[in-house]
Design a protein around this ligand. Structure first.
Ligand code: PMV
Length: 325
């Protein structure tokens, strides 16, 4: 039986989806569409969990006490681990995001991956990466992908777990993140997805297309075919935003600069700088390109009025425990 910790610190990175998860299936936070994500070194979360002698659990995010809704969400997540008899007792959880959260930069992926990995240090069961990925998914679908690092796939199914498609060093591409706005979104992904399922007239078509995009993207990744992968990523992103826009009331995440940046990707391709755009549930745009073109691409992005800042990010490893006592 493994020795459980008193205190554990973990590090996890967010992953940006090239093929998106948007919609819930039946079961405990089961995705309705299969997805593929790329773990990025610039999007880092560090979490420390410390055992308390008595309850209640305490939560602080970026040095401040968490808001009531975040506290509720996190307490529910710890309750789930307690109900599954994976952990006992109460904890003080402190988490620091080294990038803007709730602005469509997948902070829930790194946050939940870091938390699930921290909780695993307190478990009397020796949890494998696969089991931790399943548990992370129950907190946030995209977090299941951040457990493994590199290029990771999360299929659908009854109780899916993510698996790695490529290790970071096998990936010939990187991303440039263009920050348009860092304000937290009004509707969480979880609520947005449920609303889309209930009200978007395009939702069924999205589910069908998502499956096709997933298998075609996998084939392009195996061949290291950026052109095909980039096309699928853009089309898949736009289909997801089509569903978001047609949700009632609509989920409109794009801003003026978001459009300008998508046009920029098209213009740069015409000038032989091969890059492709994607946008999650927020206004920011993330570009996929060859590693060798990252700096050139960043220069072009920074010329666009409305871009607050940009940063280059490379594929990186999955979640890990960096300190345990
Ligand atoms: O894992 P969640 O609940 O934060 O949802 C993620 C939704 C998207 O970021 C829009 C897409 C994805 O697959 O990461």
């Amino acid at each position: 039986m493994p020795k459980t910790a008193q205190k554990a610190t973990t590090r996890a990175h967010a992953n940006i989806a090239l093929v998106k998860y948007w919609g819930k299936g039946k079961g405990r936070n089961v995705p309705a569409t299969p997805s593929i994500g790329l773990c990025l070194d610039a999007l880092k979360t560090e979490t420390t969990a410390e055992r308390l002698t008595k309850g209640p659990d305490r939560f602080s995010l970026n040095g401040k006490s968490a808001t009531n809704s975040t506290k509720k969400k996190l307490k529910n997540y710890l309750d789930l681990w307690r109900r599954l008899k994976l952990i006992k007792g109460h904890f003080h959880i402190r988490s620091k995001n080294h990038f803007p959260q709730g602005a469509g930069l997948a902070s829930s992926a790194s946050g939940m991956a870091a938390l699930a990995t921290a909780l695993s240090a307190f478990s009397e069961k020796n949890l494998s990466k696969t089991e931790i990925s399943r548990l992370a998914r129950m907190g946030s679908g995209s977090a299941a992908r951040s457990i493994h690092g590199g290029m990771t796939a999360l299929p659908t199914g009854k109780d899916p777990v993510a698996h790695q498609l490529l290790k970071p060093e096998e990936i010939p591409w990187g991303m440039v993140i263009a920050i348009v706005n860092t304000k937290e979104k009004k509707t969480s992904s979880r609520d947005g997805m449920n609303l889309s399922k209930e009200t978007s007239p395009f939702y069924q078509g999205w589910l069908r297309q998502g499956k096709k995009d997933f298998s075609e993207a996998r084939a392009a990744i195996v061949k290291r075919d950026l052109t095909r992968l980039g096309q699928i990523m853009e089309q898949n992103t736009l289909a997801m935003h089509g569903v978001m826009l047609s949700t009632r009331p609509p989920l409109i995440y794009w801003q003026k600069t978001t459009f300008t940046l998508w046009r920029l990707a098209e213009e740069l391709r015409a000038k032989s700088l091969e890059c492709y755009a994607t946008t999650d549930a927020g206004p920011n745009v993330i570009f996929l390109t060859h590693r060798k073109d990252l700096k050139k691409l960043q220069k072009e992005i920074e010329k666009v009025p409305g871009v607050q800042k940009s940063f280059i990010s490379l594929p990186t490893l999955g979640a890990k425990i960096i300190n345990k006592t």
